[in-house]
Design a binder for this molecule. Structure first.
Ligand code: PLP
Length: 394
């Protein structure tokens, strides 16, 4: 069976070049970089090289990069450090559409006495910058706003946001897990103080991430341990994975100029084909600036999970914007925050491309999906329900 992987915002394939780079550090160069003998030399040098590669992609200084275990750790560390280093400030500003790594932590912190403002978004997923400005008080320890949304691909005007945050003298963190490697980022010219990224979104393995911490930012480690990462993150360095992340960043930098337009072209063609061939379909954030690889699209009167299942039977891997919790299919918090109508939000599917997709993947997806939606609509309980209640209301 032909397989088409278009779930690259969930995770990506490890690039062969990345695998080649990391394997020697699982085999012969297994030393601990902190050791005082010859086995430490290669790993030490490799970690330093990877730090340079990550920094280069981000336009940062290598001393501003700290390796972590994942994007979630980076997010948690950034927010917790802001609270630790400013014990008299107990307010956080974030948005309703963040990833669970930020939202979940903020909700937990709320239970522990922190005040959190969750900024709303409009129908196109855009923030109201006036609302942001008004939300920041002298109690605000950190503003945490994602660079790009994982579900819709909507890109925030991060520098405009940063200028507002910095004009209030507040620490600015951005979860850039979905943006790094997909958009050019230059932190030397940025208002961002702390930035999170994750390896498995850019063809490195799962289980490695990084933080950018602007020089001069006060920092309290999330993982307390040895002196690794200059005391900013305890724990023996995961050398093979750090090497992998470095190589993946180097590749991302080399490929960005070609990958982004190529993926945008495939995404745009898929979007156009689906909107044309499937009635009652709509793109989420279609008018907003979006990541070039991401299409979030809703089909009225069908369930996203049913679509995914049938796509998967045809070898297509995508994802939906619903969370199946205890038997009830709830539309995602992102689509709810955007006010996507209920009958559409249930039928949302996300397609996310990578450099390994081919142009004819678009044809295969379209030709497979059109009959799937038709079939599902014929048996849709939603349609019957909505039609019946509409009929009753008349
Ligand atoms: N932030 C965003 C925007 C994400 O999309 C993800 C992963 O999907 C994360 C954070 C968490 O990253 P990780 O899976 O490396 O913990």
């Amino acid at each position: 069976m032909r397989t088409v992987y278009v779930d690259n915002n969930a995770t990506t394939a490890v690039a062969p070049e990345v695998l080649d780079a990391m394997v020697p550090f699982l085999k012969e160069h297994y030393g601990n970089p902190s050791s005082m003998h010859l086995f430490a030399v290669e790993p030490q040098e490799a970690v330093a090289r990877a730090r340079e590669q990550v920094a280069h992609l981000l336009g940062a200084d290598p001393s501003e990069i700290v390796f972590t275990s994942c994007g979630s750790e980076s997010d948690n560390a950034a927010i917790r450090s802001a609270l630790e280093t400013q014990p008299f400030k107990r307010h956080i500003v974030t948005t309703k559409v963040e990833h669970a790594a930020v939202l979940g932590l903020c909700k937990q912190l709320q239970l522990n006495g922190c005040q959190v403002t969750f900024l709303s978004v409009d129908g196109e997923g855009r923030l109201d910058l006036k609302e942001l400005e008004e939300a920041i008080t002298d109690q605000t320890a950190i503003v945490s706003i994602m660079y790009a949304n994982n579900e819709t691909g909507i890109v925030n005007p991060i520098e405009e946001i940063g200028r507002i945050v910095k004009s209030k003298g507040v620490l600015f963190h951005s979860d850039a897990v979905q943006a790094v490697g997909k958009l050019p980022i230059d932190l030397a010219e940025s208002t961002i103080d702390v930035l999170s990224m994750s390896g498995h979104k850019l063809h490195a393995p799962k289980g490695i991430g990084a933080l950018y911490i602007r020089r001069g930012t006060r920092w309290s480690p999330f993982l307390v341990g040895g002196h690794q990462e200059h005391g900013r993150r305890g724990g023996t360095e995961n050398v093979p994975y750090i090497v992998a992340l470095g190589r993946a960043c180097e590749l991302a930098e080399q490929h960005l100029g070609a990958d982004a337009p190529r993926e945008r072209k495939m995404r745009d063609r898929l979007e156009k084909e689906l909107l044309t061939r499937i009635p009652d379909s709509r793109v989420n954030g279609g008018w907003a600036e979006r990541l070039p690889n991401t299409l979030s699209i809703c089909f009225e009167f069908v369930e996203g999970e049913a679509i995914l299942l049938l796509l998967s039977q045809s070898g297509i891997a995508a994802s939906s914007g619903s969370a199946c919790t205890s038997g009830s299919l709830e539309p995602s918090h992102v689509l709810r925050a955007m006010g996507v109508p209920f009958t559409y939000a249930h039928g949302s599917v996300r397609f996310s491309f990578s450099r390994y997709n081919q142009d004819d993947d678009v044809d295969y997806i379209t030709d497979t999906l059109v009959p799937i939606i038709k079939r599902l609509r014929e048996i849709s309980p939603f349609k019957r329900q909505v039609n019946t209640s509409a009929a009753r209301a008349k």
